[in-house]
Ligand binder design. Structure first.
Ligand code: C2E
Ligand code: C2E
Ligand code: C2E
Length: 91
């Protein structure tokens, strides 16, 4: 990617998120529901979240942001592009 390109967004797949078992997806499901409620944004199939929110979620899951990102990509909740968003953040 060129230097002038903005970092990719973190976009949650909400349909995939609802399919996750609660023991894995529960904290993220509650977090996303809170953001939807604060924005009044209930109709989307996806939800764009803040870089800051991924850091908060990493604390909740007791993982580093990059390891959590890999986890979420593995679950199909984030797409592989999210990797670059987190790298941009940590570099
Ligand atoms: P706030 O942080 O004071 O933001 C007020 C309004 O500024 C937001 O209203 C939105 O219209 C706009 N805004 C702020 N940051 C962005 C941004 O990065 N992109 C865009 N497009 N607009 C932005 P909104 O959406 O109704 O949200 C109301 C409040 O809900 C926010 O107040 C914030 O406290 C909370 N909130 C909403 N979305 C998020 C989120 O993704 N993460 C977190 N941590 N809080 C959020
Ligand atoms: P994009 O960011 O690539 O988003 C593509 C589509 O994904 C959006 O089409 C919308 O249907 C969905 N989407 C992405 N994030 C969210 C979300 O947090 N909630 C919901 N409900 N849907 C989401 P849409 O709305 O027609 O927007 C088309 C393009 O317009 C966006 O492409 C983006 O480039 C721009 N755009 C729309 N809203 C905002 C915004 O709040 N901030 C900025 N900077 N651009 C926006
Ligand atoms: P976006 O709207 O395209 O914004 C991209 C980046 O521009 C944001 O990354 C943030 O760094 C900055 N930005 C945009 N608007 C504001 C603002 O009002 N206040 C501040 N302090 N910064 C702003 P970030 O934070 O990682 O957010 C990523 C995406 O998450 C945003 O893309 C937007 O789609 C969504 N988002 C974040 N916060 C809110 C919010 O409060 N309301 C809504 N509706 N969407 C939000």
């Amino acid at each position: 990617a060129g230097a002038a390109e903005p970092p990719p967004k973190l976009v949650l797949d909400l349909e995939r998120l609802t399919q996750l078992p609660t023991d894995k997806g529960g904290p993220l499901q509650r977090y996303a529901a809170t953001i939807q409620s604060q924005r009044g944004d209930y109709n989307g199939k996806v939800l764009s979240i803040r870089q800051d929110d991924l850091r908060t979620l990493a604390v909740i899951y007791d993982l580093s942001p990059s390891v959590l990102t890999e986890q979420l990509i593995g679950w199909g909740v984030l797409d592989a592009d999210a990797r670059r968003a987190v790298q941009a953040e940590e570099s």
